[in-house]
Design a protein around this ligand. Structure first.
Ligand SMILES: Cc1cc2nc3c(=O)[nH]c(=O)nc-3n(C[C@H](O)[C@H](O)[C@H](O)COP(=O)(O)O)c2cc1C
Length: 227
């Protein structure tokens, strides 16, 4: 009798075990299926994706929360946080993978830097730090794109750390005496062969701005197969 009970117990345990394995396999299959379905759905208009469960999109949440912050709290942004933010900027794609973008972090000369842009430069005055984004010109056809992609990554990374940030244009802008690009390079001792694309002002958020939501975007701007 004891033997029969033992045998029954063993059979029960095995049956549960197999079910567990089987359901694990189903779960894996579902994940795979979901990816396939997601890929299929993403090729269709947005309204159709709404019929199903809303896909998680953490990057959208971050990107939509990011706003240009032009007033700062005065809080210090630790060097380590700026380093983490710049790591993201350096992870951006670049033309031919040349990674021609370099940065100068300015804390002590923010007021001099502001003077390099006669119209609108003063907006960086309250920032805790300013990242100067410059791009090496030696293989340069796509330097603007390289600098811009990296800057966009930096803006997103700043939001991730709840750091206020704003792009301040330098290329094609003027200072008091020369172009803004020339004046910034002079001020910071940037060697020949670089161009300054923009600044990114960083600081604690001194203003709160509503993030974006899906309703802010016109999904008719996405076209499929042809305009
Ligand atoms: C190429 C480029 C140049 C910009 N130049 C400036 C600038 O010089 N000064 C400024 O305050 N904001 C500048 N901005 C920020 C835009 O004004 C801002 O992104 C836009 O108004 C949308 O607001 P949001 O960033 O809060 O979504 C620039 C943004 C880009 C992408």
């Amino acid at each position: 009798m004891k033997r029969i009970i033992c045998l029954l117990l063993v059979m029960l345990v095995c049956a549960f075990g197999m079910q567990g394995c089987a359901s694990g396999a189903v779960e894996k299959k579902n994940v795979k299926d979901n990816v396939a379905v997601s890929a299929e759905k993403s090729a269709k208009p947005e309204t159709e994706t709404k019929k199903g469960k809303q896909m998680e999109n953490k990057l959208f949440e971050l990107a939509a929360a990011r706003r240009s912050i032009r007033r700062y709290s005065g809080d210090r942004i630790p060097d380590e946080v700026i380093r983490e933010i710049l790591k993201v900027g350096m992870a951006a794609p670049s033309s031919f993978g040349h990674r021609p973008v370099e940065f100068v972090i300015v804390r002590d000369k923010i007021s001099e830097l502001a003077l390099c842009k006669s119209l609108g430069g003063s907006q960086i005055l309250g920032a805790d730090a300013v990242i100067v984004v410059m791009v090496k010109q030696d293989r340069g056809e796509f330097w603007i794109e390289d600098g811009a992609v990296s800057s966009a990554y930096i803006l997103l990374a700043a939001e991730q750390y709840n750091v206020g940030a704003c792009w301040v244009q330098i290329r094609n802008r003027n200072g008091m005496r020369k172009t803004s690009d020339e004046e910034v390079r002079e001020l910071l001792g940037v060697p020949k062969g670089y161009a300054v694309l923009n600044l990114i002002a960083l600081g604690g958020k001194g203003e709160s701005k509503k993030g974006y939501g899906e309703s802010d975007f016109d999904f008719r701007k996405i076209h499929y197969e042809r305009y």
